[in-house]
Write a protein that binds this ligand. Structure first.
Ligand code: CTP
Ligand code: MG
Length: 243
């Protein structure tokens, strides 16, 4: 059985405000999307990565994996390393849509037929450690149809109504901040997306189908580059990383 990863990178990055799509912002000499794709294709068991980008960027070149000793070829665009050396995972680039869920559906449609476990990952979580992918994959392999990484929250959470008044306060010890990659049995993810509705994550669509969603441990390094402060954090991480 094969694991495929859909890396969604088609957002505009409004909150970051960089003037270009967020996934194409440079961090440490490479684009955010390059870090994310590299992370995904280094994970054991992953056999196909689909990158979903803004339609205007669909011809973008994908650099080879950093740990693979080959020269970058700027002409390469699609199905880049299919049929190349066995240690390379093919990367397919497709155009995304207006909402994140549209982009996920575009990616899902481009996955090879040999894939039966799908991970959906935000390109903006470009430094997600392999261990997070591995925990998610392990839980799906063990039989869960939907698995998400989550972290305990430090602040008290409140659900607030449109009038600005608190509706209720969930027990903080039971709340998790959810990250990606989110892993699914492929049939479950396809079922979750069949309705064509939009949600900020894929697990929510699975929940709405009555599919149980398991939470495994996330990692602070899987934070999402969302605001300029997050981008600063990403720069600092690389500056302090051992080379
Ligand atoms: N995404 C996508 N297609 C969209 C919207 C979002 O592929 N139509 C991707 C983003 O590229 C990102 C991930 O989904 O990797 C998480 O979304 P978010 O952090 O909200 O990114 P943006 O939508 O780009 O940022 P913003 O909401 O600030 O505009
Ligand atoms: Mg967004």
């Amino acid at each position: 059985r094969g694991v495929g990863v859909v890396v969604v990178a088609a957002g505009s990055g409004t909150r970051l405000g960089a003037g270009i799509p967020k996934a194409f912002v440079n961090v440490g000499g490479r684009r955010i999307v390059d870090w994310a794709v590299d992370g995904a294709r280094a994970v054991p068991g992953v056999v196909h990565v689909v990158v979903v980008v803004p339609p205007a960027h669909v011809e973008m070149p994908i650099p080879p994996r950093r740990d693979v000793d080959v020269e970058p070829d700027p002409e390469l665009t699609e199905a880049l390393y299919a049929g190349a050396a066995a240690d390379r995972v093919p990367v397919t680039v497709v155009a995304g849509g207006a909402e994140r869920s549209d982009s996920v559906r575009a990616g899902l449609a481009a996955l090879g037929t040999d894939i039966d476990i799908v991970l959906v990952h935000d390109a903006a979580r470009c430094f997600t450690p392999a261990a997070v992918y591995e925990r998610v994959i392990a839980a799906v392999v063990a039989g869960d149809r939907a698995v998400v990484p989550g972290l305990a929250v430090v602040d008290t959470m409140k659900v607030v109504g449109p009038d600005g008044l608190v509706v209720y306060t969930p027990d903080r010890s039971r709340v998790r901040a959810i990250q990606t990659p989110q892993g699914f049995a492929r049939v479950a993810l396809e079922q979750a997306h069949a309705s064509g509705v939009h949600a900020s994550d894929d697990a929510m669509l699975a929940e709405e189908c009555g599919i149980p969603v398991r939470v495994v441990d996330g990692d602070p390094l899987a934070f999402k580059v969302t605001t300029p402060a997050d981008l600063d954090q990403a720069h600092k991480l690389l500056a302090s990383a051992p080379t």
